[in-house]
Design a protein around this ligand. Structure first.
Ligand SMILES: [Fe+2]
Length: 361
């Protein structure tokens, strides 16, 4: 399979997947795609869970849990994160990508840090399998001044082209970190299992904060058939994505075999479950396919798009095991490093797959 093949489908790479995915979709948007305009991805007020009575919590867990079990995506309001932080992020992400010289960006070209491919991804190089029209930058917990479970020295210059970005991005990571346990607990409670089963391993856990900068498409790119971000499933427990201000996110609806355009209200957070969660929940919470296509309003030829999702992981030496109470396990226990790097070698090449985290240097 050649990276320039814009007609690739997910099943061309299914050998990398560590959870079952039996549907077929084209990685990039095409004129023959069908869109589902009836399905609505549901919105929930998570303050009912974080600040409500036991009854409120049970109701939230039941309804949010059911929505995530059905489609793997939901929208959260009442999350308590100051939305001025999102406004500031939208500005600073544009600044990071447009003001950093290419030679400085390339000094931080992405490479494996533990499980996470961390650093800068040039345009068309987000993955080895598809020429996506996006620049990206990823930092995992190791790149921040934060409580760490790992005894590794923090050297800002190892991670930051300009260390002045770190405090703002850390503020965002910390704000979202406060949501990790409540979201997980509500998902587990919705499945009828111990809500606190993962509390300990989610304390100071690893994450990947990803910044995406989608520049406006010139006419040649617009005509090339390449998309903004290929169809994929997230390799994580779940992803916390503040609603982007520019449209384009599309979610695969397995009920209709069509794509749902997801335009969440400003200030809300989109949450979607990933491969880790599908694995430990014995396929009860799906790792749902999504991608970024051209916005329905055609603004992609004039307007950049920015997003800053946070992928939630467990540390590499944890074991991913089907949770008790969810039936006969369909999957063997597996170390997170093995699971993560085998899965993402789809994007980064076969030699990305390793069995140990600490041979990174
Ligand atoms: Fe994603």
């Amino acid at each position: 399979m050649n990276k320039s093949d814009i007609n690739a489908v997910n099943q061309d790479f299914v050998r990398y997947d560590q959870v079952e995915k039996d549907h077929t979709y084209r990685l990039a948007e095409s004129d023959s795609d069908e869109f589902d305009t009836d399905y609505e991805i549901q919105t929930f007020d998570i303050s009912q869970y974080t600040h409500g009575s036991d009854e409120d919590k049970a109701k939230f867990a039941r309804e949010f849990g059911a929505a995530v079990q059905e489609i793997g995506f939901s929208i959260l309001t009442g999350h308590g994160v100051d939305t001025a932080l999102y406004d500031e992020m939208n500005e600073r992400v544009v600044e990071l990508f447009t003001s950093t010289a290419m030679q400085d960006k390339m000094r931080f070209r992405a490479r494996r840090h533990g499980s996470v491919s961390q650093g800068y991804f040039p345009i068309k190089e987000t993955s080895d399998i598809h020429p996506d029209l996006v620049e990206g930058w990823v930092w995992c917990r190791r790149a921040f001044v934060m409580p760490q479970q790992r005894d590794e020295p923090f050297r800002p210059a190892d991670f930051w082209p300009d260390v002045r970005f770190e405090p703002l991005f850390r503020k965002l990571a910390l704000a979202h970190e406060a949501l990790i346990k409540p979201i997980t607990q509500a998902m587990f409670q919705g499945l009828g299992i111990d809500p606190h089963h993962y509390d300990e391993r989610l304390t100071d856990t690893n994450f990947g904060l990803r910044l995406n900068y989608y520049p406006p498409l010139d006419p040649a790119e617009d005509a090339s058939g390449a998309g903004r971000l290929l169809g994929h499933e997230d390799v994580d427990l779940f992803t916390i994505l503040p609603a982007p201000t520019v449209g384009g996110l599309q979610v695969w609806n397995h009920l209709s075999n069509k794509w749902v355009r997801l335009n969440a209200p400003p200030g809300s957070i989109i949450v979607n479950t990933g491969d880790y969660m599908q694995r430990i929940t014995n396929d009860r919470l799906p790792s749902t396919t999504h991608r970024v296509g051209k916005p329905a309003d055609g603004s992609h030829t004039s307007t950049p798009r920015v997003s800053f999702p946070m992928a939630v992981y467990v540390w590499e030496d944890e074991v991913l095991e089907v949770l008790p109470g969810l039936g006969n396990p369909r999957y063997e226990p597996v170390k997170a490093i093995t699971f993560h790097t085998r899965s993402t070698s789809k994007f980064y090449g076969d030699d990305y797959a390793v069995e140990k985290a600490l041979d990174e240097d």
